[in-house]
Design a protein around this ligand. Structure first.
Ligand code: SAM
Ligand code: SF4
Length: 326
């Protein structure tokens, strides 16, 4: 059980790690325009440095880790990093968030490396709409990636759909049908005002839409354990398909928050919607011992903010989602 407990009695047992802030897509609500290239800057942590920091969290009882980004499957050697992490006793759940463009050739190696679960972003099943949102016409690559991921044994696979007013909200029904047909877990997400891109994106109230969809498809509420995180779920009677809504804007869920995030340079972000951070990567490169890093982690967790203020202070977060690690 995690020994990382904040001042609001929340036990932190989940770490999200951004392994790159680059991406091959430009989702309108996430990435700023402009291409940065794929060379790896000096300030990015190497895999051994990431593994050292993750190992410190795991030593404190963190048992769930997610590799994210940017697009994590573009980071060179990501499957080696995954293998290193899954060999840590105490880490029971390693998952990866991905846009799926590289999944057709990496799903097998990720499975072999011991990755337990995949979350794949999929905002539209219409090629033109997909291209409008992501900036690339590559829906077929993602669908092929999903197929291969199923074939190599990932199950369940979660699909993340950011629902935007006037852009893809009309496609939610088709996505629910797709998830039912293939037995995916579908998570509908309200866009958050993170960075200029996130702020420029209009969402819809998913608390309401989730209930309507559950009614329409005869889904029943799904009671999940605490590990379910900040989503509300419904499922089909045979439990093959689930529908979840992540509603940071219409119904915040901060009292159940169990996570913190590590940026690609080793910055510990204590809340997605606040600026509180601890420069663990910098400390490590300046020679900090494990004890000093553990102290800094505990102090950071003790100062974890109570909640985001996306509604009250939407201008607050200037960094982009890809930097914090979504
Ligand atoms: N590239 C991978 C992907 O797309 O899944 C991993 C990183 S991405 C930042 C992680 C998740 O954050 C995705 O599901 C994406 O849709 C979501 N996301 C990005 N910007 C967001 C925003 N402003 N509000 C809500 N979700 C956002
Ligand atoms: Fe890239 Fe993921 Fe952000 Fe889309 S949501 S731009 S795929 S990091």
């Amino acid at each position: 059980m995690s020994r990382l407990i904040d001042s609001f009695h929340r036990r932190i047992d989940y770490l999200r790690v951004s392994v790159t802030d680059r991406c091959d897509l430009r989702c309108t609500y996430c990435m700023p325009k402009g291409f940065k290239g794929f060379e790896e800057p000096e300030h990015w942590l190497r895999h051994d440095e990431m593994a050292r920091l993750v190992g410190l969290f795991v030593s404190q009882g963190v048992s769930k880790v997610r590799l994210t980004g940017g697009e994590p499957l573009l980071r060179r050697g990501v499957t080696d990093l995954a293998r290193q992490l899954t060999s840590m006793s105490g880490l029971h759940d390693l998952s990866v968030s991905s846009n799926g463009t590289q999944l057709a050739h990496l799903a097998g190696p990720l499975k072999e490396a011991g990755v337990h679960r995949l979350n794949i972003s999929l905002d539209s099943l219409d090629p033109a709409c997909f291209a409008r949102i992501t900036g690339r016409d590559c829906l077929t690559d993602v669908l092929q990636g999903l197929k291969v991921a199923r074939e190599v044994g990932f199950n369940p696979i979660k699909l993340n759909m950011v629902v935007q007013a006037n852009v893809n909200v009309s496609e939610v029904v088709r996505m629910v049908a797709f998830a039912i047909e293939h037995g995916f877990v579908l998570r509908l997400i309200e866009p958050m005002p993170i960075g200029d891109t996130g702020r420029a994106t209009a969402g819809v109230n998913l608390t309401r839409l989730g209930e309507q969809l559950a009614d329409q498809y005869g889904l029943v509420p799904e009671i999940l354990g605490r590990g379910a995180g900040p989503a509300r779920y419904w499922c089909t009677a045979d439990r093959r398909m689930s529908l979840g809504v992540i509603t940071p804007m219409s119904q915040h869920f901060c009292e159940a928050c169990n996570r913190v995030r590590l940026g690609v340079d080793g910055t510990l972000y204590l809340c997605l919607g606040q600026n509180d951070q601890v420069p663990l990567g910098k400390m490590m490169r300046e020679g900090a011992s494990d004890e000093a890093l553990l102290d800094a982690i505990h102090q950071g967790i003790a100062a974890k903010p109570e909640r985001h203020e996306f509604n009250e202070k939407p201008q607050q977060i200037v960094r982009f989602m890809s930097q914090t690690g979504g």
